[in-house]
Design a protein around this ligand. Structure first.
Ligand SMILES: C[S@@+](CC[C@H](N)C(=O)[O-])C[C@H]1O[C@@H](n2cnc3c(N)ncnc32)[C@H](O)[C@@H]1O
Length: 354
């Protein structure tokens, strides 16, 4: 049996974390990592691929097409390739992963790097129209900001250099859209990134995990859903944020607390792992003790963590964070830059020195 090629898309900077999750869950053999992409293969992919928590979305690769330059005429090659796709095989592979009702239509989302003499909508139409015709379904263009109705077959075209990749989304909606998200607020963290932070912290089964600036609770909820029987507390100084977190985390067993991260109601050494994205200046400013004295966070984390405990934090200024963490008694284990919505924060991994 020929293996299906799959493509997981994610946040720039956490591709290796996604690759690890794919391997660990036995979802396939990782082939290579690209810009926001992880390519893998599986002989018979099943519904488990939709359980990937660190990916934004997962697709079946339909084909790759060379010779897609910067001229509009170059799109003809893509149109011919889309019209000739072996659709039956693709659709049955998708149905094995995600049994769905009869699709309502076809939609396409495209992206490319570099200057081109066509728009992303031209690219989408070049693929969407022949695909819809071959499938006997209506084509729902995204031109002028139109939103395709739910229940369609969603395709993705990515052009890098002169190579286009055409792929079919497996799930009915993007994986990053979590069904637990009832409440959102400014600064809510992208769930796959929250999940990646938890994986980097690698809490052992039954560990005590704390997010002292939990906002709407994305990190504690992702940690709870990862399912290794953790004992999790999410706290925040803002009661409205804690109420939102409690709504998002209903039924997860996470304990929610209103507290200032500079003076946590937690005994010394009572925490194994801290995972958090502390307040960012422009988005959600620090308040209370953290506004008066930013280094206070690291001293308080050092106090509540047991010796050898770990903190994984997403911070806007890694240089400043690492300096403060070292002064408080942490050792730097690693750091990696990520790109998200035009911003470039860093993940810093810290070990609490004994
Ligand atoms: C970037 S947001 C966290 C977002 C969160 N991860 C989510 O997904 O919603 C930072 C949070 O820090 C909180 N915060 C600001 N100052 C604080 C302090 N002194 N103690 C605890 N929380 C604080 C804010 O209320 C805000 O909810």
């Amino acid at each position: 049996m020929t293996a299906a090629r799959l493509l997981a898309r994610t946040v720039r900077g956490i591709e290796p974390v996604v690759a690890d999750e794919i391997r660990e869950r036995g979802l396939g053999d990782v082939e290579h990592l690209g810009h926001r992409e992880v390519w893998f293969r599986h002989t018979a992919p099943g519904p488990a691929v939709l359980g990937l928590r660190t990916a934004d979305d997962v697709f079946l690769v339909a084909t790759t097409v060379a010779g897609i330059g910067r001229h509009r005429a170059d799109l003809h090659g893509l149109t011919r390739a889309a019209a000739a796709l072996p659709l039956r095989g693709l659709l049955s592979a998708r149905a094995r992963c995600a049994p769905t009702a009869e699709p309502s239509g076809v939609d396409v989302s495209a992206s490319f790097l570099g200057r081109r003499n066509y728009s992303r909508y031209d690219l989408e139409d070049a693929v969407g129209e022949p695909l819809a015709a071959a499938l006997g379904l209506p084509y729902h263009s995204r031109r002028d900001g139109a939103k395709p109705p739910p229940g369609g077959l969603s395709w993705r075209v990515t052009v890098t250099g002169e190579r286009a990749v055409l792929a079919l989304r497996i799930g009915a909606r993007p994986l990053h859209r979590r069904s637990y998200r009832r409440a959102s607020r400014p600064g809510s963290l992208h769930p796959p990134l929250a999940s990646a932070l938890v994986r980097l912290a690698a809490p052992p089964a039954g560990a005590r995990l704390l997010d002292p600036c939990c906002g709407t609770g994305t990190i504690p909820v992702e940690a709870a859903l990862a399912g290794s029987g953790l004992s999790i507390v999410g706290s925040d100084r803002d009661p409205a944020a804690v109420a939102a977190a409690a709504a998002n985390g209903a039924g997860t067993g996470v304990r929610w607390v209103v507290a200032d991260a500079g003076a946590l109601p937690v005994p010394s050494g009572a925490v194994d792992v801290v995972v958090s994205n502390p307040p960012w200046d422009r988005q959600v400013p620090p308040s209370g003790a953290l506004a008066r004295e930013p280094g206070r966070l690291y001293r308080e984390l050092h106090r509540v963590l047991r010796p050898g405990g770990r903190a994984v934090l997403l911070v806007p200024d890694a240089e400043a964070a690492v300096a403060e963490a070292k002064a408080a008694g942490f050792a730097l284990r690693g750091r990696r830059a990520v790109s998200l919505s035009g911003r470039h924060p860093e993940i810093v991994e810290l070990d609490r020195r004994p």
